[in-house]
Each structure stands twice: as C-alpha cells, then as structure tokens.
Design a protein around this ligand. Structure first.
Ligand code: CA
Length: 235
C-alpha cells in the first residue's frame, strides 16, 4: 500500500527532485513550501510520514516538528528531518524533539528512499507490502488477499485497509477519529459512524473462520484487534 507523504521543502529544485522519486516509488506526495501550509494539510488529513526541511522561511522545521509532537493527534506521525547542517549537536537536537531519522544534504535519492522505507516499516507498517499474520489469519498486501489456511476471505477495499491497519497495530485501542485519520485519511469530512458500518462489514467477512472475535469493541474508547480474547471483552 503506498504511503501518503508530506514533503515540506522550500527549495523548488529539491522539492521537485524528492517528489519525483517518491512518486516513482509509488507514494502519494503532498507538498508544502513552509510550515504554515504544511499545518493546513495536516489539519485536513494525517500523512503517513513527513519529510521536513530544517531551514524554512517563517517557522523552522524544528519548531514545526516540536508542535506536531506536542499535539495528541499528530504525535505519532513519523518525521524525517532534511538538513544542510551536519553538526553533531544539530543532529542530537533533531532526534531529541522526536524526529525518527535525520538526513543531511546533499543526499542521494536512493539513500533517502532507503531511509523512508526503513522508517515506514518500523512506524507505519500498514503502508508496506509485508504480509501480516495473527491467530491463523493472514493478510497479504501484495496479493490483496486475506486467508485462513486454504480458505480465502472476501473483503471490500475499505475493510481490507481497516483490517491491515488494525493487524499492524494490534492490542492497542483506536478511537473512531484515529481510525478515520489512519484508514480513511480524513477526520473532517467523514462521519465517525462510518467506522462502525465498516467494522460491522469486516466482522461479518471474518465470521466464517471466527476471526470476527479478534475485532473488539472497547466501550467508550473505540476498537482493538486482539488475539487475547476474554469473556468480559468479547461482544
Ligand atoms: Ca530550506
């Protein structure tokens, strides 16, 4: 599954070069030339990863990163800092504010792509092609198949994405708003009850192999994928 990547870079030539490489790798690219535009994009839809230039006109990349880390909704978005500054204390500062990685200009597109891949694999596994398996349920993004042993299960595209996200973030509770951000990429224009509709469809698609029990409702909080089934929690 391709990732939605927000590229915050004020130098047009560098922005163009990086964007072209990201698109060639199959990703969707959103571009911003400063933190203010980036903030507006993030407000509408949460990206899977942010490539953030340190030196920006107006608010600096480091200040913007700090702001993202300070807010509940944006705290978990992976950030890779891009910078022309190679001094060790800058690097430490970048990592201290919570950047996931730090790439020094000039860098080769190939190196940057490898870093992005590593961060996505670690922090946003739902954007990779790696197959996931839990309690005999297997989801393979490369073939877009969900199966249990020999049995193939039929899921709609939204249910597939929903299950992929839940399986790659198992045992954690996700609110409806978080699921809208992560699976629909939109927490503003999609109603929260839409999540319930697709959870219901997902459960019914998993019913024949009894994996519907792994999709748990956590009252007042949201949903969780868990292979630990307790009587009190099962619905
Ligand atoms: Ca710059």
């Amino acid at each position: 599954m391709p990732a939605n990547i927000l590229l915050v870079e004020d130098e047009p030539a560098i922005q163009e070069l990086i964007a072209a490489n990201l698109m060639r790798a199959g990703h969707t690219v959103l571009r911003a030339a400063d933190a203010e535009i980036a903030q507006r994009i993030v407000r509408d839809a949460l990206p899977d990863l942010i490539l953030l230039d340190w030196m920006l006109p107006g608010q600096s990349g480091i200040e913007f990163a700090r702001r993202l880390r300070g807010e509940e909704r944006t705290r978990g978005v992976p950030i890779i800092m891009l910078t022309a500054r190679s001094e060790e204390h800058d690097k430490v500062l970048g990592l201290e504010i919570g950047a996931d990685d730090y790439v020094t200009k000039p860098f080769s597109p190939r190196e940057l792509m490898a870093r992005i891949k590593a961060v996505l694999r670690r922090r946003a596994p739902q954007t990779t092609e790696d197959a996931v398996e839990a309690a005999g349920l297997r989801l393979d993004p490369s073939t877009h198949r969900v199966s249990c042993g020999e049995q193939k299960l039929n899921l709609g595209p939204t249910e597939f994405r929903l299950l992929h996200f839940l399986m790659t973030h198992a045992e954690r509770v996700h609110s409806r708003a978080q699921l809208l951000d992560q699976v629909w990429g939109d927490h503003v224009f999609v109603e929260e009850r839409t999540v319930d509709v697709h959870i219901r469809r997902l459960r019914s698609a998993l019913e024949s192999t009894q994996h519907d029990r792994l999709i748990q409702t956590v009252r007042g909080a949201g949903y969780r994928f868990s292979t630990e089934i307790t009587v009190a929690e099962a619905e």
